[in-house]
Ligand binder design. Structure first.
Ligand code: FES
Length: 211
């Protein structure tokens, strides 16, 4: 069987660089693709003085193209400052891989978005965010669009898992339409908290369940 992938893509798919996770990373993110339901997690450590990415690892539940892009972007980002790494585009990643089939472009976009989200997570945790937008229900909704509902394989907003969101004086309350003892309740709750708690003006995040 011949694959529509070139040798570079296949080589990165078979021997991905920087695969795995980092324990207690300085920044991390998990992003899912609405196009295919796949997910990518990315972990990074940053030198606080130089803001250079000293270590970076990724895990992918995506296809060969996604794994190859994850591999190449970790290679491109390692040793770069966070500002330089933020500018890496999916086009650069695709070029470094010698090109990807057009139907697989969203897979490399997902990998790049995850890298940017992990950098953003580092910046938020370290007070490096310059654009301080007030947290509103819209901001929270946008963030929750990045939290997967594993029951459906799409995000928790699109699948109507969120019944209510309120934001007042830095306290965020989120009501989820699931029984508290559901097998995915804890995972969804911690993913949601992780996405919200780093916002600069958020003091507390409470996630409750309808039953
Ligand atoms: Fe889902 Fe490639 S098809 S990441």
């Amino acid at each position: 069987m011949s694959f529509p992938y070139n040798d570079v893509v296949l080589e990165h798919f078979k021997n991905p660089r920087n695969i795995g996770s980092i324990k207690d990373p300085d920044g991390k993110a998990t992003e899912g693709s609405p196009a295919c339901g796949d997910m990518v997690s990315l972990y990074l450590n940053v030198d606080p003085k130089t803001l250079i990415i000293s270590d970076i690892k990724f895990e992918s539940y995506g296809c060969a193209s996604n794994i190859a892009t994850g591999s190449i972007i970790t290679e491109l980002a390692k040793g770069q400052t966070i500002d330089e790494a933020k500018k890496i585009t999916w086009k650069q990643a695709s070029e470094a891989l010698g090109g990807l089939p057009s139907i697989k472009v969203h897979c490399s976009v997902l990998a790049i978005e995850t890298l940017r989200a992990a950098i953003q997570n580092y910046e938020e945790k370290n007070g490096l965010v310059t654009e301080k937008v007030d947290t509103t229900v819209e901001v929270i909704t946008k963030r929750l669009k990045k939290v997967m509902n594993p029951i459906k394989g799409l995000d928790m907003i699109r699948t109507n898992l969120v019944k209510d969101i309120s934001v007042k004086d830095g306290i965020v309350d989120i009501l989820i339409d699931l029984p508290e003892n559901h097998q995915f309740a804890n995972a969804i709750k911690s993913d949601a908290i992780e996405k919200i708690e780093t916002l600069w003006d958020v003091k507390e995040v409470n996630v409750t369940f309808t039953e």
